[in-house]
Design a protein around this ligand. Sequence first.
Ligand SMILES: NC(=O)c1ccc[n+]([C@@H]2O[C@H](COP(=O)([O-])OP(=O)(O)OC[C@H]3O[C@@H](n4cnc5c(N)ncnc54)[C@H](OP(=O)(O)O)[C@@H]3O)[C@@H](O)[C@H]2O)c1
Length: 258
Amino acid sequence: MKRYCVIGWPLAHTDSPKLHTAAFAQVGIEADYAAQSVPPEKLADFIEDFMAHFAGANVTIPHKIAVIEYVDGLSEAAKKIGAVNTIVNEKGKLVGHNTDWIGARDALEKVGGIELHGKNILILGAGGAARAVVYAMREAGAQVSIWNRTYERAQKLAAEFEVRPLQSISNENFDVIINTTSVGAAPNDSDTPLPNYGFPGSPAVMDIVYTPRMTRLLKEAQAAGCKIIMGDSMLKLQAQESFRLWTGKDVGFLKFEI
Ligand SMILES: NC(=O)c1ccc[n+]([C@@H]2O[C@H](COP(=O)([O-])OP(=O)(O)OC[C@H]3O[C@@H](n4cnc5c(N)ncnc54)[C@H](OP(=O)(O)O)[C@@H]3O)[C@@H](O)[C@H]2O)c1
């Protein structure tokens, strides 16, 4: 039986085992997918041991960057994003991929029905997840602006991906707004990254926060007449791409309950 896992620390709750176990069952592959809580100081040992025992893994906070040092190769996207969320064990060679960007792109295009090419897109946040989202929007041919609480981080990220940092978002209409900050995530679900915002021009709004699925930002955007896309779509679609990399099989993850 092939073994897979998600590596993180601390791993209090993760939906990955549920999603991948359902997918393996659907395609009739006998496999085990488990959550592995790996503290940072044990990451190197775990990855060494991993080669012999696991066919693949998902990688989550805080290991997405650190794990780059321990894999044998990187996909083009993982290299550019600077983070790995999926490892494929290719006959003892570990290849690091990033599927978050595909999850973000497909959530907007396939779930939201939004053609991204040429769109004016505002990305809120400049942390780890923002890197994958900025990369995705650039690859899709969108025009990207980044706003972040700490402007210097927006400036740095924008310079790296040759997009525009914004100090203020009040003077412009956007086609799409994507929240990649953790603002609005439980237990602080009464917060929003855009307080007192009128959603001028009725942009489509995606929140990548997925607990709760219906964040305050999305509730307010919906009430203002905007199309909304919830964070669990990105979560499921990045998992779908990891599964495809491991097995070569396309399974529709959106139908799985989490
Ligand atoms: N749906 C999915 O598949 C998916 C995938 C990945 C991540 N996520 C979610 O995305 C969120 C961000 O993850 P991450 O890995 O990017 O985290 P991160 O690297 O820690 O970045 C956090 C971002 O949120 C901003 N932020 C935090 N607290 C804030 C506050 N009180 N006010 C304004 N801005 C604030 C930070 O701004 P500063 O730079 O100013 O600190 C930074 O831009 C998490 O909720 C995570 O669960 C979802």
